[in-house]
Design a protein around this ligand. Structure first.
Ligand code: ZN
Length: 149
């Protein structure tokens, strides 16, 4: 370092060997650059989109299958005579699943679509067959009643 008094250059030490002037305190280390205050970003973070955005979701094969099977059950039961009321049970269920699927994934895959149509058919057929079955029962009961009389 260089003495601040006489200008003698000397090795680092407490005092100048020439004049005895205390060595200048080493320049303080530059203050650390002020830390940037933590930035709190209040800007809304992009949220994962679960709403119906076409192409945003990939869909759910399990739910597609569930919707299709429910539609098949609705249609199949509605065509039976004694269990046609199950078409009225599974039909709205399949329609609800198809609607939920569309709301959730924004898509109408073929399985969901078929499940929906089968559910509509199952519901309509279920109502028709149940009414038919009810009339049939009433007719039988009326026949029994008239025979008894
Ligand atoms: Zn000196």
């Amino acid at each position: 370092m260089i003495c601040t008094n006489c200008g003698t250059q000397f090795e680092d030490g407490a005092f100048c060997p020439n004049c005895g002037t205390p060595a200048a305190a080493p320049a303080p280390a530059p203050a650390p650059a002020p830390q940037a205050a933590p930035q709190y970003n209040y800007a809304p973070q992009p949220q994962a989109v679960y709403s119906a955005a076409p192409g945003a979701a990939t869909g759910n094969p399990e739910e597609e299958k569930s919707c299709l099977i429910t539609g098949i059950l609705a249609a199949a039961f509605s065509c039976t005579f004694f269990l046609s009321f199950l078409g009225i049970v599974f039909g709205p269920m399949g329609l609800s699943k198809a609607k939920n699927y569309l709301n959730t994934y924004g898509t109408y895959p073929v399985k969901v679509r078929i499940g929906k149509y089968l559910s509509i058919g199952g519901l309509a057929m279920g109502i028709f067959m149940t009414v038919y079955f009810a009339i049939y029962l009433i007719a039988i009961l009326a026949g029994i009643a008239s025979n008894i009389r």
